[in-house]
Design a protein around this ligand. Structure first.
Ligand SMILES: Nc1ncnc2c1ncn2[C@@H]1O[C@H](COP(=O)(O)OP(=O)(O)O)[C@@H](O)[C@H]1O
Ligand SMILES: [Mg+2]
Length: 235
């Protein structure tokens, strides 16, 4: 699924009553099926940008346009409920730490990922995903009985459960050792390619970032819009 962001702004109210301007992105484009790394220091707004793309938070202004087979949907114009439905059907989200439901097996966690769309749970697909991420012999294990790397593999399988058209991964390898991180990255890329999903993967690890199709720096995206506004002010 292709993505086009234009003039996206997001600020938060600061505890002292002021305003923190976090995002001011003039333009960001992602082609259908493209796999991009989003790089940026801590606190630069990477998570906020992913939240705006997923429709978890509403932007203050601008366009977040997601295009699938010629139908463009501008998320900033949808209600929260409509954004939730759109996300459930089109977007897969992977967090830095797994966010799996304790007390439910790997298989159940993936099946629960399917339950939000109203479609029938597809056990075959859930099993295929868990086999693909190397957990064929761990289907009935609960998260607390899995290693951190295995937990993150389940989270990858769960994010892909609804065959999303766009996968957003927020520092998915940040809590993993280098070799496990590499394996998890490989799995994310392989599965996104298999289901033809686009991917935005947030990281501050250049070894990880440089393996994707393109590296985008969030500070440059924000800086570019500052420069463009500056030019306008001088006119
Ligand atoms: N709900 C919120 N209320 C106020 N400030 C927030 C909120 N969420 C994030 N921020 C601020 O926005 C900035 C960017 O946060 P975040 O997107 O989490 O950065 P990153 O993921 O790049 O580390 C930070 O300075 C943070 O304090
Ligand atoms: Mg973050």
């Amino acid at each position: 699924m292709a993505l086009l962001i234009e003039n996206l702004k997001k600020s938060f109210a600061a505890p002292d009553g002021g305003v923190v301007n976090v995002l001011d992105v003039a333009r960001f484009e992602l082609a259908d099926g493209e796999q991009v790394a989003l790089l940026g220091g801590s606190g630069t707004g990477k998570t906020t940008l992913l939240h705006a793309i997923a429709g978890i938070v509403a932007a203050d202004s601008g366009r977040v346009s997601l295009d699938h087979s010629g139908n463009a949907v501008n998320l900033t114009q949808l209600s929260e409920a409509a954004r939730d439905v759109f996300r459930g059907q089109n977007i897969g989200y992977i967090f830095q730490t797994h966010h799996l439901l304790p007390g439910f097996s790997a298989m159940e966690n993936v099946l629960l990922g399917m339950s939000f769309t109203g479609r029938r749970a597809d056990r075959e697909w859930a099993k295929h995903l868990l086999v693909e991420v190397g957990l064929a012999d761990r289907l009935d294990y609960k998260p607390e009985k899995l290693s951190v790397g295995q937990q993150q593999r389940v989270a990858v399988a769960r994010a892909l459960a609804n065959r999303p058209r766009l996968v957003l991964a927020d520092e998915p390898t940040g809590a993993l050792d280098p070799s496990t991180a590499q394996q998890v990255l490989n799995l994310i890329r392989k599965l996104c390619t298999e289901i033809k999903a686009s991917l935005i993967l947030v990281t501050h690890d250049m070894t990880i970032a440089s393996q994707l199709d393109r590296v985008v720096r969030l500070d440059e995206l924000n800086e570019k819009s500052r420069q463009e506004t500056g030019v306008k002010r001088q006119e």
